[in-house]
Design a protein around this ligand. Structure first.
Ligand code: 15L
Length: 269
């Protein structure tokens, strides 16, 4: 079991869902966020670090003596190019470079479905390693994150796994998420697989549950040892009653990235 893990963006949506789920006997979680994190609960084996992923000195210090980094930090929605460049792209470079300088051999990167948002359902299953088709500047930053991960794996022999996360929330919030949902428990299963797979090198995997309505390859994630146990179908009736069926020609139905690919989506400038 991986004993010491640095998690960036630990106060964000996915980080908050993973905090209790990745806790384990004999494991220390070093939780880093730019915002103040909730204090450690009784018996919780965590260290809290308030820092930006763009701060090389802070990231080097935070990366000392850890076995792996899980990089969740950065903007999680569309933002101006300037913010995306600084926080998501330069921040990911800083995280990888700090890990390398501190001798960390494994980094797990939160990529996103929006790296390939313009993939179309009509073209069949979305494969592992599908070529980038970003739907936003945010999506471009996830493509850059994957490219940086590939560089650090090839050049420095680090193990780097980029997870193209679908939609990681307690429950699917709309009809599209019946396809893209990754349950928090499956998310934790996937992170554990990424932490423990022997010598993975560089990988790109989908981060989704085994959803009946899914159209994403689980092959590469399963090859790492991921065994999803959840299916959004248990929420389907309630979600459909609330939102109704999707128009098959709508962006939400057609594209991986859903409404982010639609004409009304507010791409920041
Ligand atoms: C993401 O990458 C976002 O961070 C998250 O907030 C969701 O919008 C998710 O993708 C999604 O596509 O559902």
């Amino acid at each position: 079991m991986t004993a010491r893990i640095l998690i960036t963006g630990a106060g964000g949506g996915v980080g908050t869902l993973m905090r209790s789920r990745l806790a384990a006997e004999g494991r220390l979680l070093r939780l880093l966020d730019i915002a103040e994190l909730p204090a450690a609960a009784d018996g919780e084996n965590v260290e809290l670090v308030e820092a930006s992923v763009t701060d090389m000195a802070a990231m080097e210090a935070a990366s000392k003596d850890v076995d792996a980094v899980i990089h969740l930090g950065g903007h999680s929605l569309e933002e101006s190019w300037d913010k995306i460049l600084r926080v998501n792209i330069d921040g990911t470079h800083t995280v990888l470079e700090a890990a390398r300088r501190s001798g960390v051999r494994r980094v797990i990167l939160a990529s996103s479905n929006h790296a390939v948002g313009y993939l179309e359902r009509a073209d069949g299953e979305a494969g592992d390693y599908a070529f980038p088709r970003p739907d936003t500047y945010y999506g471009v930053s996830k493509v850059a994150l994957e490219a940086l991960g590939s560089l650090y794996a090839d050049r420095y022999g680090m193990d780097v796994i980029a997870i193209r996360i679908g939609s990681c929330f307690e429950k699917p919030k709309d009809v599209r998420m019946l396809s893209t949902w990754m349950s928090p428990d499956d998310g934790a299963r996937l992170f554990e697989a990424c932490l423990s797979a022997p010598s993975p090198g560089f990988r790109v995997v989908w981060g989704v549950s085994d959803n009946k309505r899914g159209w994403f390859s689980l092959d590469e994630a399963r090859a790492l040892g991921y065994e999803p146990q959840d299916d959004s179908e248990v929420y389907a009736a309630a979600v459909l009653e609330q939102h109704g069926e999707l128009d098959p020609s709508s962006p939400a139905a057609r594209y991986v990235g859903g409404v982010w690919c639609g004409p009304d989506f507010d791409t920041a400038v």
